[in-house]
Design a protein around this ligand. Structure first.
Ligand code: FES
Length: 391
């Protein structure tokens, strides 16, 4: 039997069947419900007001939360509510992540730029029959390099590119060892990167002019994985519950990151092809989920991450829409639950270089604490929940 759930607070009318879970239906319709305990009835964050419709007797835990939160008797935990008739429900803002604060700006540390990706503009002499060097040899000579790796498709295009560009090209080189691109004309100054903080709740992305080190613009968004559990433990539990779940979590975060990148680049009139690097910082669980690396060993005793340090990865293989040969770096995870986010934080404040005793706190949904005592750094972390988010 089909029922109708009307949600005037979110302008939705949703079809449901008997025994459907109300939270599932609201979530499928795009209502950004807080489901911090992944619908286990533990966190008390998914209350909705049953305006009209059946109100079953609240369970013990529900009664506890109703009292704690001083809510009217019309409220029920949507994750525990089985649909059994037409409903009109009101979803209070406090039960959604519409009100999660996002940092308006982030403090920056002074870094002298030393870009891994550099661009070189070459005006090559016209090919003469008397100097039969290969085209790539002429590029190497122009760069003063003995040898460089080059992507196959760039090599295949080289003759055409040089001819079309009248031998005037810009060569983009990564770490003086790998050609990333050979473009017609002079594109010096078009060398951009993205710095990404993949938080458990919040995603922040900066568009950076790689050569000057200047941040040009910033985007922030909620990590859409939050709808599958608000903290790291719930997220890992969800990832392990069914084979398809980890892939879903990866897609959710990638989709949001690519949307953020698109908005940033459109706003600044920059082509994705001029973005050659992405630096990603996130806790161990977030970096594993983003890469689609299985989290079984991380989630179960003895809690081992699959990776800590990674070499630069192909950004397109990671799933990020920048230059096809762009590079994605992941901040190193220190240990299983002391991840790349804390490594980036320590680097940003140069904690290891400071003399004296310090306590470094990262009060996110996943909380980390580092004590610097003399030369020693001692770190720990916890699934702190969203209490400190935005602190
Ligand atoms: S109590 Fe419903 S999601 Fe936690």
């Amino acid at each position: 039997m089909a029922y109708t759930i009307r949600v005037p607070s979110h302008g939705q009318t949703i079809a449901a069947e008997k025994k459907d879970i109300l939270a599932d239906k609201l979530q499928q319709a795009g209502v950004p419900l807080n489901l911090y305990c992944n619908k286990r009835g533990l966190c008390g964050k998914c209350f909705v007001e049953i305006v009209t419709g059946r109100r079953p007797d609240p369970g013990e835990r529900e009664k506890f939360w109703l009292e704690q939160k001083d809510l009217s008797a019309d409220h029920r935990l949507s994750c525990q509510y089985e649909v059994d008739g037409d409903l009109v429900v009101n979803v209070p803002v406090s039960s959604t992540h519409e009100n999660v604060p996002i940092l308006p700006s982030i403090p920056r540390s002074a870094v002298v730029p030393d870009p891994a990706v550099k661009k070189y503009y070459l005006e090559l002499p016209k090919a003469e029959i008397s100097s039969p060097d290969s085209l790539f040899e002429r590029i190497l000579t122009g760069l003063g390099a003995k040898s460089l790796k080059i992507p196959m498709e760039t090599l295949k295009e080289l003759g055409h590119t040089l001819k079309e560009a009248g031998q005037k090209v810009t060569v983009t080189v990564h770490r003086e060892s790998q050609v990333l691109a050979i473009e017609p004309g002079n594109t010096l100054g078009q060398n951009f990167g993205l710095a990404v903080d993949v938080g458990t709740t919040t995603l922040v992305m900066e568009l950076v002019d790689v050569e000057s080190g200047r941040t040009l613009d910033m985007e922030a968004a909620l990590n859409s994985q939050s709808r599958r559990g608000a903290d790291v433990i719930s997220r890992l539990t969800y990832a392990l519950a069914e084979a398809k779940n980890a892939a879903e979590l990866r897609e959710l975060v990638l989709e949001t990151l690519n949307q953020m990148a698109r908005r940033l680049l459109l706003r600044n009139r920059i082509s994705p092809a001029s973005v050659y690097e992405v630096v990603v910082s996130g806790n161990t669980a977030m970096s594993h989920l983003l890469l689609g690396v299985p989290v079984e060993t991380l989630a179960r005793a003895p809690f081992h991450a699959v990776f800590s340090r990674l070499p630069g990865l192909n950004a397109r293989e990671v799933g990020l829409s920048i230059h096809p040969h762009g590079v994605a770096y992941f901040a190193p995870n220190i240990k299983s639950f002391v991840g790349g986010d804390i490594a980036s934080g320590l680097l940003a404040v140069r904690l290891a270089d400071r003399s004296g005793h310090f306590l470094f706190l990262d009060l996110g949904t996943n909380g980390e604490i580092v004590l610097k005592a003399g030369e020693e750094l001692i770190a720990t972390s916890t699934a702190a929940g969203p209490a400190f988010e935005g602190a």
